[in-house]
Design a binder for this molecule. Structure first.
Ligand SMILES: [Cu+2]
Length: 297
């Protein structure tokens, strides 16, 4: 990874960073069919401002892969049964547990090179500390659109005001009427949680929605460090074009059950939680072993 050590905080806050990849002389060494690379970076940009706040230390508000944020980011397109590699480097000021859906991957590379095969390990999330890179590889066995994202929930969101009280369960309707007399467009939020991605609020220039992205089933409510690995059969060798949304086979998509709810078994018929039989059926019994005093004679 590259970044300057001159005027470092300013230069990095404004995005001066990059990746070096040195390809092996022997193209058969560590061969993969699909090779991706992205830097994890973050910015502190006030809504309406065009210049990042350069003196920020920890409280960034734009979380990006290669300075792109979902949904304004390309998917990682992989032909089914190809071997895929993703190299991820972190030049932000916090760690990022990068998580991939649909496949187990193997951590095959660090900043120090390729560890011997016996010391590579299977994963679905790999934490990438500040100043580190990791290379992961996977066999793209499963066709579909698979989320690839940082697992910190606020890193899949963008400019988010978080210095606000929790409003879950608070009836704000009378307050809203009063505020709307002064500010007609004001919206209260947070009393039920969720669905922020579907709120349509006017945004100032030079900022991004907190989350959004329309998927085949509605709003995805994702932003920031999020993209998708799109695995498809029959792609051409160097075809990285977005194939669109995956068409799930009939019968493989979850749906809302509209019929009668299944009856819950009465508690008396539920299996006993304690196989030792020291409690009544259906009760869970916790046996506590208390430390006993040691007697020395
Ligand atoms: Cu993160």
């Amino acid at each position: 990874m590259y970044h300057p050590h001159a005027d470092e905080m300013v230069q990095m806050a404004m995005g001066m960073m990059g990746f070096w990849i040195i390809h092996p002389k022997d193209p058969a060494a560590m061969r993969v069919e699909r090779d991706f690379v992205f830097l994890l970076n973050a910015y502190a940009i006030e809504p309406g401002s065009a210049t990042p706040r350069v003196n920020e230390m920890t409280d960034f508000n734009l979380w990006t892969f290669n300075s792109r944020a979902f949904p304004g980011i390309d998917p990682l397109v992989v032909r089914q049964h190809d071997r895929g590699r993703i190299r991820v480097g972190n030049l932000s000021m916090t760690n990022h547990p990068i998580h991939m859906h649909g496949h187990e991957f193997v951590v095959v590379g660090t900043d120090g090179g390729w560890p011997p095969p016996a010391s590579r390990w299977p994963e679905v999330s790999v934490d990438i500390a500040v100043g580190q890179m990791r290379a992961i590889e996977f066999d793209a066995s499963e066709p579909g659109d698979w989320a690839l994202h940082c697992h910190k929930s606020h890193h899949t969101m963008n400019p988010m005001a978080h210095e606000v009280p929790t409003m879950i369960g608070v009836d704000q309707s009378s307050v809203l009427r009063k505020i709307n007399k002064l500010i007609p467009d004001y919206m209260v939020m947070g009393d039920k949680g969720g669905s922020m991605g579907e709120m349509e609020m006017a945004l100032p220039d030079n900022t991004l929605p907190m989350m959004g992205g329309q998927g085949p089933y509605g709003s995805m409510e994702m932003g920031g460090m999020f993209s998708m690995v799109k695995v498809r059969a029959g792609l051409a060798r160097n075809d990285y074009r977005d194939p669109g949304w995956y068409r799930a086979p009939a019968g493989s998509v979850a749906y809302e059950w509209q019929g009668p709810a299944a009856a819950m078994p009465p508690a008396s018929q539920a299996p006993a939680q304690n196989p030792a039989g020291s409690g009544n059926a259906g009760e869970s019994v916790v046996n506590v072993v208390k430390p006993t005093a040691h007697h020395h004679s």
